[in-house]
Ligand binder design. Structure first.
Ligand code: ATP
Ligand code: MG
Length: 278
């Protein structure tokens, strides 16, 4: 069977779980139903809740050709479509991989979509709405988006996000938004054990600390969220032989400001850690 035939046979059949990755089952099914209905999906949520990873996992699970655009790296509205190059004495327009990818079945991940100003979004509006086509001025060609080309974007929302821009309603209107969350404590602990080889006891400790610190962010007692990443880094340090306290210091604690002495964010984090270490 060719890759194309395999894709055709499996097209649109939802999966219920993703191995070694957790998503709320209802959200997982809604995301896929939207994807396979030709509706663009926007994944939001705190940093380290698996937004970028989920796009890749969904493409893999459905055997969809995958193309990721690091939207933050797009500097001018025309960068989406290609760039001019000086070749053999003349300037030629080199069409982007994005333009190639939208004309084929597959998934396009528009990663960190709100890291650019809205004028960067403008030039792909017609790709993302019911028109699903765009006129490329440089090559004087109309490009039509393939009916089985799926768009999944990710973005960070929240008060700790400097360097991101508020969405304009035109963009919001072109996506259905699903917010990802950290896995529940027990599931996060199981993942740390199974995927990252933490011990049972340490996995549970790291999952508890992560959840507590992230809830303190949402209660506005800490200035930044805590996602999956510090726990992964702490596990790696412990496995390399670092003492638990050192591992926690360089992953969870040092991310926060020491300013303010006993009232500092670091003090708050240390108190949380002490409470769980008992
Ligand atoms: N729900 C989850 N299940 C399993 N692993 C997860 C989950 N969420 C995050 N991870 C792991 O945490 C790491 C960070 O995930 P990822 O880069 O996808 O986060 P993100 O939400 O895109 O963050 P950012 O907003 O900073 O871009 C990855 O190694 C990923 O595998
Ligand atoms: Mg990401």
């Amino acid at each position: 069977m060719t890759a194309e035939q395999a894709l055709k046979e499996q097209w649109g059949i939802n999966i219920n779980t993703i191995s070694d990755f957790w998503v709320d089952p209802e959200k997982l099914s809604v995301i896929q139903d939207l994807m396979f209905s030709g509706i663009n999906v926007m994944l939001t949520g705190d940093p380290g809740t698996g937004k970028t990873e989920l796009t890749k996992r969904l493409a893999q699970a459905h055997k969809l050709p995958f193309h990721r655009v690091n939207v933050g790296a797009i500097r001018t509205p025309r960068d989406w479509f290609g760039h001019w190059e000086f070749i053999g004495g003349q300037t030629v327009f080199v069409q982007s991989e994005f333009v190639n990818a939208i004309q084929r079945p597959g998934m396009i991940a528009l990663d960190e979509f709100n890291r650019v100003t809205p004028d960067i979004h403008n030039s792909i509006y017609t790709i993302l709405d019911h028109n699903r086509e765009v006129y490329i001025e440089e090559t004087k060609q109309f490009i039509t988006v393939h009916p089985q080309c799926i768009f999944v974007a990710t973005e960070n929302r929240g008060r700790s996000h400097t360097g991101t821009f508020m969405e304009d309603t035109a963009v919001e209107d072109r996506f259905e938004t699903i917010k990802l969350e950290l896995p529940p404590v027990e599931i996060m602990a199981q993942l740390l054990e199974r995927v990252y080889r933490a011990s049972e006891e340490q996995a549970l400790l790291l999952a508890r600390i992560t959840h507590k610190l992230n809830s303190l962010y949402h209660e506005e007692s800490l200035s930044r969220p805590t996602g999956f990443r510090p726990a992964i880094a702490a596990t790696a340090l412990i496995k390399r032989g670092q003492p638990l306290n050192t591992a926690l210091k360089y992953t969870f604690v040092n991310r926060f400001s020491p300013e303010g002495g006993v009232d500092s964010e670091q003090t708050t984090v240390l108190q949380v850690i002490q409470a769980y270490l008992k």
